[in-house]
Design a protein around this ligand. Structure first.
Ligand SMILES: NC(=O)c1ccc[n+]([C@@H]2O[C@H](COP(=O)([O-])OP(=O)(O)OC[C@H]3O[C@@H](n4cnc5c(N)ncnc54)[C@H](O)[C@@H]3O)[C@@H](O)[C@H]2O)c1
Length: 387
């Protein structure tokens, strides 16, 4: 991976930066401290992307990062055509700890459409994520289609298994991977986001964890099954419950599911198939409840296979990618960006009447009733991608 070295900041931008500092509130001041490469606080204020922002961004980008202190008035010009426009919106994406997964791709698409990006990172993964950001390991992955760079305004430590501090067992509290962080239960993170930014418009749940995922369901323990449901399904219910009070009416929430919820996919074990079935069912119930009470839309994306860190841990993702290439209506490898773009659409006003749905972004594999690469079909003429 090539590293992008940002050019030195032009004086005009520094001047602007100082002017903004003078008129800003405490939150913005703390951001500025982060921007001067000081990482000691939790939640983390990104120094790496902040440095990049301070050195390469236009004043407009500063404005985008400091919504509590400043308005979005500079974004009021309408775009031509039918724009996917998320300018003035703020997104919280739970489940970003590197640049390989769907969470990162969704963050990028939302950022490309103009949204401000906040992320929640699993506490045990926070240190390495922070270090990689600081060392510029993800620099290339920050690039947006228009050549600008994604801004991550703030990273919050999060463990979506725990709703409140009272739920956290002593051994977790004293675990050294958690010791350096604070306020990482769902309730506390929602409170911190409210305190820092007031409100959000988009909530993304892009996380899953199944300790026994490699075991067939028949061999899965009660502990493994319930742990998978707790971290991968109930976490979405809880996130929505705690974030809904700070979501602006008309907001949208999105989770990520997988075809194994409704079709048997060998290798996706440990109760993870049940987890995704729960997530899809909850999407409908929550769409009704959050829609009626708060005008919030709730959708889930059933994504095709991607070589993310989590998927590689399961171990069969390459097989699923090959299977999809051989059997899906569209014979191409799915990119994370395609899922990111679908999420940006679902989060946008263009999808204002869409709620309670499972949107398949999988090259159409879900539509197939059979695997056309089966030897049983060897004598049948099956259309192939002509490319
Ligand atoms: N990769 C695929 O093939 C695929 C296909 C369909 C759906 N999905 C879904 O996409 C979502 C994102 O997964 P991904 O494949 O992009 O992998 P990923 O590794 O990028 O994302 C999973 C994230 O979950 C986080 N996480 C785990 N436990 C957590 C907890 N208790 N609290 C907070 N965060 C926690 C991890 O740190 C990681 O960042 C998941 O819901 C996954 O099931 C993935």
């Amino acid at each position: 991976m090539t590293t992008i070295t940002p050019p030195p900041p032009p004086p005009m931008q520094i001047t602007y930066f100082r002017q903004v500092m003078k008129s800003s509130n405490a939150i913005f001041s703390s951001y500025v401290r982060g921007a001067s490469c000081h990482i000691s606080s939790t939640p983390l204020l990104l120094s790496s992307s902040s440095q990049r922002i301070t050195s390469t961004s236009t004043p407009l980008r500063f404005e985008r990062m400091t919504t509590k202190a400043m308005s979005y008035s500079s974004y009021s010009k309408p775009l031509p055509g039918l724009p996917l426009d998320l300018r003035g919106k703020r997104a919280f994406i739970a489940g970003v700890a590197d640049d390989n997964g769907y969470g990162w791709a969704i963050a990028k698409s939302l950022a490309a459409a103009g949204a401000q990006i906040l992320v929640g990172t699993w506490v045990p993964a926070l240190n390495i994520f922070e270090t990689c950001l600081r060392r510029g390991k993800f620099d290339e992955s920050h690039l947006l289609p228009d050549g600008s760079l994604m801004n991550i305004t703030k990273v919050y430590p999060l463990d979506a298994v725990y709703d409140t501090p009272e739920d956290v067992p002593k051994d977790v509290k004293s675990n050294r991977r958690y010791a350096g962080s604070s306020k990482w239960t769902i309730k506390e993170v929602a409170e911190s986001v409210k305190e820092d930014f007031g409100s959000i418009d988009i909530l993304v749940h892009s996380l899953a964890n199944g300790p026994e995922v490699t075991k067939p369901l028949l061999e899965t323990s009660r502990y493994g099954y319930l742990a998978a449901v707790s971290s991968s399904s109930y976490s979405f219910v809880s996130l929505l419950k705690h974030f809904v009070p700070l979501m602006n009416p008309g907001g949208a929430s999105i989770s990520l599911t997988y075809l194994a919820s409704e079709r048997m996919i060998p290798g996706y074990g440990g109760g993870m198939s049940s987890v995704k079935a729960a997530l899809e069912s909850d999407t409908k119930v929550l769409a009704f409840e959050a829609g009626r009470r708060h005008r919030i839309r709730v959708n889930t994306i059933s994504a095709g296979p991607l070589r993310s860190r989590a998927a590689k841990a399961i171990g069969f993702v390459d097989m699923m990618i090959d299977y999809s290439l051989m059997n899906a209506p569209l014979q191409k490898e799915l990119s994370a960006e395609e899922v990111g773009n679908a999420a940006a659409f679902l989060a946008s006003p263009l999808a204002s009447a869409i709620t309670g749905t499972v949107l398949y972004v999988d090259n159409g594999l879900n539509a197939m009733g059979i695997g056309v690469d089966s030897p049983a079909f060897k004598d049948m003429s099956i259309p192939k991608d002509n490319k």
